[in-house]
Design a protein. Structure first.
Ligand code: FAD
Ligand code: FAD
Ligand code: FMN
Ligand code: FMN
Ligand code: FES
Ligand code: FES
Lengths: 260, 316, 316, 260
């Protein structure tokens, strides 16, 4: 267990969990809870950020990109080496990767960057041309740019204060790109705040590109037991159904999600 | 060591039952726990037809507990019988079906469908869901309503009938008695406590339904009291629940009179709870030289302790 | 910034009241908190005569709560008037007296004594103590009993009468209504939930009285729901309590309809809670541009939220 | 904050609390709770063990002799330097010291040693001849013998396994001593398990010596607010009264306590 503070809100929590690491596919998540802690009671869901390996390349665990949002995330932020975290996973359905000549466009808002580290690795391994559209509040909150750079990912950045990249929302450069997307098309992957997800899914649809969107719901169990995490999903002309995002997601076809 | 317990004509290999609404349809957990090792699995609450339930947000955490208002989203009894029951049977699960109804007729109808299906061990009659108006709470909060619905279902099925009682009443034991009088084979209690939490920053509800049901360790001391009250009044077996997290808690309910226990919220916290509680019960039985677990049922000795030292911490 | 609230003819400088049984007779805390800075102080429950209460152990901790069965140990109303009231007055405390009775006559008698004393601001009528058989719960669990005792006391005193309601009933709002009909100036709720914890190692009770009352954060979501239910049914002010630990919790109760709030268990955890909650309320008022705290009373907007993100953590 | 583990059950927890230290008199207690912890909910009572001073003799805080008994004491045992503990006190009524020619006999069982470190210091300062009757399960659980030795306290030890001192209960050597107590008499101070306290109080009475007994009750508040901590006390021929041990104790006249 290590806990690298990236800022006063973000940290990368490394967990010794070789089995979880070995089985995780990009976009899957884990349910975490500091061991022995009874308050908060419930686990919290986190995307797997990196698959950790030792010097010989053997998988040793996973890391989590943790953003302080409330009690559990603060507790995780404060953890020290040696503290034990109970980690359940990997859970949920992963992203479906695409391969060249189709392009992969990853759209991340804030902590929504988390699932894209593993996805970028997997896309790089298959040689898929990949772009990361990455928006944050300030340039200080743009993390791991080198990591994506090393994988050959094209970076398109946006900050709300204009400190780095485009000023404003990341959906603006995305729309620009969508306007001139080539004949081979792009698969748009998105993770971030709900309004961003909605905007991305609708933009992708408008420009006739498929999208895969990772949604965030309050999750009680992560295993399909509690029905707390539902999202309205519509297949073709059927009526919308409330579907559990922990087992039928968190990644959904952006065209099938119903935004209300 | 004999961990088996009997509920009417049923014998369960152990008293640990997955609580309704906290274990999906059971199959969701097949990779985490061997369903045949549980005493029984209770399905999510089922109406005759499919239901969408309430819009999210549906749960909110509270001190040592959670409030839920799922609103009984479910696939309806027909799809359950077709899609889930065969698989549950294949896994060797003893399946209790949690039955809901908006009307007395619907309860009867759902039970009839289940009576004709293969692989149902018992009917848990949900007359206590606090989250939806038409969820039977009008039966569960009235003694005559309870008597009527239990009697009607009793006549409609050969399966064991286990009304699930609400704790949101003045005298829960009288409802256990009404159930017994109406021919119930057992009662299970408690369902959740009607509760509410406000987001003070927005002054709005934290869950879409405004009110929901409180479960988890917070309610355990009230639930244990209710089980003990019922145990003193009725002869039929009691299935106890409410905030069980470990073997100590399970044994506490059994001492208070529960023949079997259900675990709900803790299964969310730790889906591996089942093996841990079983191991803890076995350890307790060894330490206390208990040969048959059923000997613990109602073995609480209420004669007052005197002196300075209760075992405070073990109740946390 | 105006933190004052009105309960009938009384104006309190702020809504924070020390709950009965959790603050001794008030004087125990004079070195920790300036009693005049509290909205009011509620005395321990008082009968006509002295009482020894139950033998220890009297409390046991439970998840996010505690069970108590003190059994209303107390010095009786006469000694209270003689020994405590003058000092409370000297400290500038607004004193509510929590009145108990084994019979209707005793309630009336105690209230008469208090009416003639100097320095009593209001009577909190304890018809809800779950710990002793003759503690008024027979009044508090029956609508006619509630109506009778409140009417009788109403006639016997000019002081504001505030029945304290038990949560151990099916429909607490109907009891608030009965109190209002009988002439109560306000109601306070909730008293503790009847609860029990077993020491599984000894199979004996953890407290000498076997059952006791559950208080603390564990019960807060149920208490908030009950306050909201009462707020929708009655016009008289509601004094809300149950698990308040900080400003957020206090505001939650006010939004649900409480005019003032009481803090009990948290005063044990942190006797400096009072200043912290006041500061937190002021901070909230500043952030939300609330000029008069009383504007928050019942300001909860129950129209359902939609979408994915309730503020889960803030309810812990 | 420091936390010195004496054994797998006992530790000495040092708290930076100069004001508490300055005001504490022997036999008083504090109510502790690790900061920010909500489970367990309530504080727990602990005797003040030592008054801590810096190299210049200025009071810096207090220490606690902590024995693992349940959840809170385990948590306190596990604390590390830097962790914050909320400390309320000093609370309760202290021991009343005696002075020469009367002797002071302190009888401690296990963790009941705690209030006697400060009492011994105060008795040593007044030159009162002092004996510590100290019983524990094993010789490993006899702590701070050097400390009391340095103060000139006579040590009479007892262990249940006979590993050191008398084998068996500490009340045996106490009774021996009482049989031959001199004309100036002794004040018997006691702290430890309830049966020991009862035996000590009764022994002292039998040999016509006064006793001061520190009782241990479950305490909800420590300030007189909750009435959880009562003990039956009888003054002369009055009826026994249930008295709050947090404010009218924890130290009581052994002759006035009613044992049931
Ligand atoms: C005046 C006083 C001084 C004390 N001084 C010391 C001391 O110096 N060092 C020390 O290690 N212990 C001391 N104790 C005892 C200490 O308070 C308990 O061991 C502690 O409260 C147990 O808390 P826990 O959460 O670890 O145990 P729990 O898990 O709560 O319970 C374990 C056991 O401790 C007992 N216990 C629980 N709460 C209390 C309580 N509030 N008061 C008394 N017993 C309780 C229970 O009855 C049970 O047997 C003192 C107690 C009192 C009343
Ligand atoms: C599939 C999935 C993957 C996620 N991946 C990450 C990640 O990689 N890194 C990261 O920092 N966060 C991630 N989150 C969000 C993270 O789960 C929440 O921030 C966390 O649960 C908040 O817990 P808390 O106790 O700190 O906050 P709380 O005090 O409980 O609440 C603070 C805020 O967080 C929201 N929240 C609370 N619980 C949940 C929950 N169970 N699910 C979603 N939102 C919640 C609340 O609505 C509230 O707005 C993910 C969520 C999901 C559903
Ligand atoms: C998310 C959730 C859904 C529930 N759904 C049902 C249900 O469908 N039918 C029912 O009878 N009880 C339902 N319950 C109540 C539980 O079965 C159980 O009675 C209650 O949660 C108390 O047990 P616990 O504290 O172990 O969770 C539900 C509880 C939760 C938390
Ligand atoms: C130790 C203790 C003693 C109490 N004694 C009384 C009492 O004498 N009269 C009364 O009306 N309520 C009594 N109560 C109930 C409280 O006043 C309050 O209603 C309840 O504890 C809920 O508030 P809380 O969660 O803030 O403690 C007592 C509660 C506790 C914990
Ligand atoms: S989180 Fe429980 S069903 Fe999805
Ligand atoms: S501990 Fe609360 S009165 Fe003594």
């Amino acid at each position: 267990m290590a806990n690298l503070r990236l800022s006063r809100e973000y940290s990368v929590l490394s967990l010794a969990a070789p089995e979880v690491g070995a089985r995780t596919r990009p976009g899957q998540f884990v349910m975490l809870k500091p061991a022995g802690v009874t308050d908060p009671l419930l686990r919290r869901p986190f995307s797997v950020f990196e698959i950790l390996r030792d010097s010989r390349g053997a998988i040793t665990g996973v890391s989590i990109l943790n953003k302080r949002a409330g009690r559990s995330t603060k507790r995780l932020y404060d953890l020290e080496v040696g503290d034990v975290v109970s980690c359940l996973g990997p859970l949920g359905l992963p992203f479906t990767p695409v391969s060249a000549p189709r392009q992969a466009w990853m759209v991340a808002g804030g902590v929504g960057l988390a699932p894209f580290a593993t996805l970028a690795e997997s896309l790089a391994a298959s040689g898929t041309p990949t772009t990361l559209f990455y928006g944050a509040r300030t340039s200080d909150e743009l993390f791991y740019l080198d990591f994506f750079g090393r994988l050959g990912v094209t970076l398109v950045l946006a900050t709300e204060d204009g400190g780095r990249g485009v000023k404003g929302r990341v959906t603006a450069p995305l729309e620009q790109a969508l306007k001139s997307v080539g004949a081979d098309g792009a698969m748009v992957y998105a993770c971030g705040p709900e309004p961003m997800l909605e905007a991305v899914a609708k933009l992708a649809a408008r420009y006739h590109q498929p999208s895969q969107v990772s949604v965030e719901r309050v999750m009680g169990c992560g295993l399909g037991g509690c029905y707390s995490c539902v999202v309205p999903v519509k297949h073709g002309n059927e009526e919308a159904n409330l579907v559990r995002s922990c087992i039928s997601g968190p990644v959904f076809d952006g065209a099938e999600l119903v935004w209300d | 060591m004999d961990l088996s317990v009997r509920i009417g004509s049923l014998t369960l290999p152990n008293p640990l039952i997955a609580a309704s609404g906290c274990f999906g349809y059971g199959l969701e957990y097949e990779q985490v726990v061997d369903l045949s090792t549980l005493g029984a699995v209770v399905s999510k609450g089922l109406f005759l037809k499919e239901r969408q339930g309430h819009p999210p947000p549906r749960i909110v955490e509270t001190p040592a507990g959670m409030i839920n208002a799922i609103g009984l989203q479910g696939i309806g009894v027909h799809r359950f019988v077709k899609e889930k029951l065969p698989q549950l049977r294949a896994h060797g699960a003893r399946t209790f079906v949690n039955v809901c109804g908006s009307t007395l007729d619907e309860y009867v109808e759902v039970c009839k469908v289940l009576s004709q299906a293969e692989g149902v061990s018992a009917i848990e009659l949900n007359i206590s869901c606090p989250n939806i108006k038409e969820g039977g709470i009008q039966f569960g909060c009235s003694l005559t309503g309870t008597y009527e619905v239990v009697s009607a279902v009793r006549k409609a099925t050969h399966l064991p009938v286990i009304p699930k009682l609400t704790p949101n009443v003045t005298d829960v034991a009288s409802f256990a008695r009404a159930s017994e009088d109406a021919g119930a084979d057992a009662v299970s209690l408690v369902n959740t406590f009607l509760a509410m939490a406000i987001d003070v920053e927005t002054r709005r509800p934290t869950i879409s339904n405004v009110m929901g049901g409180l479960s988890g360790p917070a309610i355990r001391p009230i639930a244990v009291r209710m089980v003990w009250e019922c145990y003193q009044l009725v002869k039929i077996p009691i299935i106890g629940m409410g905030g069980i997290t470990n073997a100590r808690d399970a044994i506490e309910f059994m001492l208070a009179g529960a023949t079997a226990v259900q675990i709900g919220t803790q299964n969310f916290v730790d889906p591996f709870v089942w093996g841990k509680v079983l191991a803890g019960i076995e350890d307790y039985m060894t330490r206390h030289k208990v040969e048959r677990l059923s000997d613990l049922i109602g073995a609480f000795d209420p004669s007052p302790v005197r002196g300075d030292k209760p075992v405070v911490g073990t109740n946390l």
